[in-house]
Write a protein that binds this ligand. Structure first.
Ligand code: NAI
Length: 435
């Protein structure tokens, strides 16, 4: 039996049979190996060590079967040189344990890069909860329990990971998390938090689009056509901002028929809404000036890239390239300018980052990321990355990644590499057997 081919629910059953409530897979720098907390989990440790695609010496992967709800919950910490691993908690359905872990690994690494490029003193981490394990979330009380248990789990990790909202999780859910841990952001404004980060995220993506157009000498957004996949928390305000900028036509797709309600909401904009099947990515092939993936990841691949007609791809979705090396090269070969997600979708996490320092109307800290004057704003950094890519012949994603890697190794000016110390302490104090 291969552990990673089990479904998340089967893994939960197996762990429960074996009396394992939680486990870790921790990178041991000295030994150059992944350490598993239990012999049963050793095969997963060996698999991570051999994986070249998504495992990148992540400092720690922590997993629990939540004590009452039975949901498989995890925190994946990639790198904490710049500070605590920070990133949202996703509540999503996965077919296999491998899919579940890969998503956490990939997303956590993406957060390391995003946080570093945004200039935040945070490392990278991500939470993942598997739908279809334990209690369902349709009943509000069950849902609250799931997130409270996640909060307690985060507390047990002593602050090496700070969580936030992500796909499948709402700001209200974050209030339940917050009732059990201080290591969360994105809590509702009624509790002193910054609330839903999606509107600033949409504004950041818009600035990335403007940088790409300026780089290609194609002027402003006025009069352009933009294809948007996913009209959710980010996609919807993005359409509004595009309308404000004078975009002529938007073709928006979503799998949710409820999104039809957006039709007619933006006077003056020619907005076509298409309700599609989950696997239908035909909106990416529209003859547009810009394609904006704002739904799920992995949608830029050998099936979709050959059909893209737009010269620019710039959207909010995390991990848009199915295979980063291969698909980045495919886009370059087709002369499509791809702005990587971690370069342009930073505003969600930026919006959360300074929550504990209080916040202001039109917060200048936030606005500086969205303006033209700061050399590390979304617009200016995107311009620099695109110019360097053109100069060096590398892709924008490669240039952004190299810069992000370099910055992610800078040590926090006050706390140094404290996250790694916390993880070592969790190992020493037998975190996995304490539950
Ligand atoms: P969301 O869940 O509110 O919206 C996603 C929308 O995409 C939903 O309306 C869904 O029905 C639709 N969708 C799913 N599969 C689709 C498909 N195959 N074709 C068309 N539509 C499809 O999520 P949200 O918050 O808008 O985030 C969108 C993306 O941006 C996600 O990948 C998220 O990780 C990323 N992101 C979001 C941030 C935020 O502040 N909300 C910050 C950074 C990244």
């Amino acid at each position: 039996m291969e552990l990673r081919t089990l479904s998340p629910a089967e893994l939960c059953e197996l762990l429960s049979r074996e009396g394992i409530h939680r486990f870790f897979l921790v990178w041991d720098e000295e030994a150059g190996r992944v350490r598993a907390s239990h012999p049963l989990l050793e095969p997963l440790a060996r698999w991570l060590e051999e994986d070249r695609r998504d495992f990148d010496r992540h400092e720690g992967v922590f997993v629990q079967v939540a004590p009452e709800s039975g949901v498989l919950q995890s925190a994946c910490v990639h790198r904490t040189c710049r500070g605590q691993g920070a990133g949202g908690v996703r509540y999503w359905r996965y077919d296999t344990v491998e899919d579940y872990l890969r998503d956490g690994l990939r997303l956590a690494r993406g957060m390391t890069h995003k946080n570093a490029l945004a200039g935040l003193w945070w490392g990278g981490g991500k939470g993942v909860m598997a739908r279809g394990t334990g209690l369902g979330s349709a009943d509000p009380a069950a849902r609250r329990l799931i997130y409270e248990e996640y909060g307690a789990f985060i507390t047990s990790l002593q602050g090496c990971y700070v969580t936030a909202e992500d796909v499948g999780t709402s700001v209200e859910d974050m209030a339940a998390v917050y009732s059990r841990t201080r290591f969360t952001t994105c809590i509702p404004a009624s509790l002193g938090g910054s609330g839903n980060p999606s509107v600033p995220t949409a504004r950041g993506v818009l600035r990335g689009m403007e940088a790409a157009l300026a780089h290609l000498g194609r002027g402003t957004l006025a009069g352009k056509t933009v294809a948007v996949e996913g009209l959710g928390h980010v996609g919807e305000p993005l359409v509004g901002f595009l309308a404000e900028k004078g975009v002529r036509r938007v073709i928006g797709s979503d799998i949710d028929p409820g999104r039809r309600e957006l039709a007619g909401r933006f006077p003056g904009l020619d907005l076509e809404i298409r309700i599609v099947e989950r696997g239908d990515h035909s909106v990416l092939a529209e003859p547009a000036d810009i394609v904006a993936p704002c739904a799920t990841g992995g949608i830029l691949n050998p099936q979709t890239i050959p059909a893209i007609q737009a010269p620019i791809v710039c959207g909010a979705a995390n991990n848009q390239l199915e295979d980063p090396e291969r698909d980045d090269a495919l886009l370059q070969a087709r002369n499509i300018l791809y702005l990587p997600d971690f370069l342009v979708n930073r505003m969600g996490i930026v919006n959360c980052a300074d929550e504990q320092y209080g916040y202001l109307e039109d917060d200048p800290r936030i606005e500086s990321h969205l303006g033209d004057t700061w050399d590390n704003s979304v617009f200016q950094l995107s311009r620099q990355v695109l110019e360097e890519a053109e100069r060096s012949g590398r892709t924008p994603a490669r240039v952004a990644l190299d810069l992000a890697e370099k910055r992610s190794l800078d040590l926090h000016p006050i706390w140094g590499h404290r996250g790694a110390k916390i993880i070592r302490s969790l190992v020493r104090t037998d975190w996995a057997h304490r539950a």
